[in-house]
Design a protein around this ligand. Structure first.
Ligand code: SAH
Length: 253
């Protein structure tokens, strides 16, 4: 056996948007088989019934680097799951854990996909992202605001449906208005907008409105909210949003 031997394994597990019924079977079985489960407190609480057999390591928001290092270190000799809300590839832990693992070398790891917030939110809103859509995070903790603004401008100009992750945090409330201002330069005030808070969790709230009225809801938009802005073809129907895929251009129905 090589000196950097490993009996362990590291799973990076997307646990879905909230309710355990949205956890995939694969994610559930991996969590059941793990000796250690590492994650942020909120996510671990969400999964309490599924991970009760494992040793739990909690870490707070912002402790991501330390958490990733701990997970990689433990996974040399143990089966470890590091959990990420939604999907671990969508502003989740997959990137950081792989970067740390690359430095350490020789880590056996597997990434388990999860239902990301935009899928959960879109389902609650109807069919808003059936066509091309862009996903942009408004968090400027790790990405400079100039870059974020350029992405909003490009996505708005190219008529992508736009999903906004991290619209606000406690210390960062202004970026949202800036992003909406940019989008309004390219899109009509009647453009449908969906605001989904705590999808599949307690307190789930779904609001369907328009771009012209969105700032009326500014106060309820927080760090558990996802905002979806329709494209130029999106329309409202029965408090839902439909973005036509294009069938109407080919078929009569
Ligand atoms: N990896 C996660 C996203 C992490 S970024 C995923 O794939 O979903 C955190 C942001 O995701 C939040 O600020 C919010 O915009 C969005 N989000 C996560 N869960 C959500 C939920 N249940 N309802 C609405 N938005 C959610």
């Amino acid at each position: 056996m090589s000196p950097s031997r490993s009996q362990g394994k590291l799973y990076i597990v997307g646990i879905g948007p909230g309710g355990t019924e949205h956890l995939t079977k694969k994610a559930e079985s991996v969590l059941h088989s793990s000796e250690f489960v590492i994650g942020n407190g909120t996510y671990l609480d969400q999964m309490a019934t599924v991970i009760k057999g494992a040793k739990i390591i909690r870490s707070g928001m912002g402790g991501e680097v330390e958490r990733a290092k701990k997970a990689v270190e433990l996974s040399r000799d143990h089966v470890v799951s590091i959990v990420s809300g939604g999907d671990a590839n969508v502003y989740g832990m997959a990137g950081l854990v792989l970067e740390v693992a690359q430095k350490e070398g020789n880590i056996d790891l597997e990434i388990i996909p999860g239902v990301t917030a935009v899928s959960a939110a879109a389902s609650l809103l109807g069919a808003p992202i059936v066509s091309d859509f862009a996903v942009i995070s408004l968090s400027d903790l790790l990405t400079p605001m100039e870059v974020i603004e350029r992405r909003f401008k490009s996505a708005a100009e190219a008529d992508f449906v736009i999903a906004i992750y991290n619209p606000k945090s406690r210390n960062r409330r202004e970026n949202f208005g800036t992003a909406i201002g940019i989008i309004r330069e390219y899109r009509n005030d009647n453009t449908p907008v969906g605001i989904v808070k705590s999808a599949t969790r307690e307190g789930e709230t779904v609001i369907v409105t328009t771009l012209g009225k969105i700032m009326e809801y500014n106060d309820i938009i927080d760090m558990s909210t996802l905002v979806l802005i329709g494209n130029s073809e999106s329309r409202l129907w029965n408090n839902r949003i439909i973005t036509p895929r294009g069938y109407q251009r080919k078929y009569d129905y």
